[in-house]
Design a protein around this ligand. Structure first.
Ligand SMILES: O=C(O)CCC(=O)C(=O)O
Ligand SMILES: [Fe+2]
Length: 290
């Protein structure tokens, strides 16, 4: 599997700067042996970098970390063992992957908690967006066709219990977490391959990084059983996680040296039958005020 190194980054930046079409760039990369999904994401990121380039790249880079083909897999914060006591609940460890760092958990939420989260979200759903590279605002794009809503961190006793359980499971300070995001995908709904970290060196990312720093890890909790499709996939790692109510997938993509892991590319596959509800927790390097 071929990963973008410094020379390819320069090639991407140069061609994006010259205004080459994304198709021609993807084509050239595929001919050189890159996976087509991966190439598509890299080209999109290069074009975004060009559009959203900042006047202070060194500073932005320092704040945002560095995507590295030589990512070092240092110690994961999550506890060892097959069962982890997470605040008020015993969570099972179903699978651990070392590179990229991915863990599948069972029994993170009870069926009642899943139902309550779904019912409390239903009437609040709005089409999900992604970060605009120039402004940091929200773009609605065809690659992300879910609808979603947020609960503020610890906004009431029920949410607080879940936030505390997740902080304990991820072994990461509660104050570093973003709110809890609920996502709903209908048949055909998907979130194509992407990175959860903010793309270093774009103005749009800098807006977000200012508040709490870079994202370091994600927990996606499945709130229902999806009859067909809707898996969380890691195309560069060849991993597919099927959603099951109460289970979760954790992945970490920023290490202690502030490198960002290109293998953490992931997406939500299209739902083929039924619907898919998940809850996402994105955690930051630093504390983040709500
Ligand atoms: O829906 C999924 O399976 C993945 C969601 C995701 O990648 C995200 O919310 O960042
Ligand atoms: Fe994601």
């Amino acid at each position: 599997m071929l990963i973008v190194d410094a020379a390819w980054t320069e090639w991407l930046n140069t061609n994006a700067g010259l205004g080459c079409t994304p198709e021609s760039m993807v084509d050239a990369m595929v001919k050189s042996g890159f996976d087509v999904d991966y190439a598509g994401v890299q080209v999109k990121m290069a074009i975004n970098r060009h559009k959203g380039r900042t006047d202070a790249p060194a500073e932005a880079e320092a704040a945002a970390g560095q995507i590295s083909a030589e990512y070092v897999y240092d110690a994961i914060p999550v506890a060892s063992g097959n069962v982890i006591r997470a605040y008020d609940r015993d969570v099972q460890v179903l699978m651990r992957v070392e590179q990229p760092q991915v863990i599948v958990f069972g029994n993170v939420l009870s069926p009642e908690e899943c139902s309550e989260l779904i019912e409390r979200s239903r009437s609040k759903l709005k089409r999900s967006g992604t970060v605009n590279p120039e402004t940091g605002g929200t773009d609605i794009i065809p690659a992300r066709t879910s609808e979603g809503t947020w609960f503020k961190r610890c906004e009431d006793a029920f949410i607080e219990r879940i936030d505390k359980r997740i902080a304990s499971l991820m072994n990461w300070p509660l104050e570093n977490g973003e709110g809890l995001q609920i996502l709903h995908y209908k048949v055909g709904g998907e979130y194509r391959a992407h990175y959860d970290y903010f793309d270093p060196n774009t103005k749009g990312s800098a807006v977000h990084i200012q508040r709490g720093g870079q994202r370091v890890a994600t927990l996606v909790v499945y709130l229902n059983d999806v009859p067909d499709g809707g898996e969380t996939t890691f195309p560069e790692a060849g991993i597919t996680v099927g959603g099951r109510q109460g289970n979760a997938v954790y992945f970490r993509y920023m290490n202690d040296q502030r490198q960002l892991d290109p293998l953490s590319l992931h997406g939500g596959a299209p739902v083929r039958e039924g619907e898919k509800w998940v809850m996402t927790k994105w955690v930051r390097e630093h504390r983040r005020d709500v």
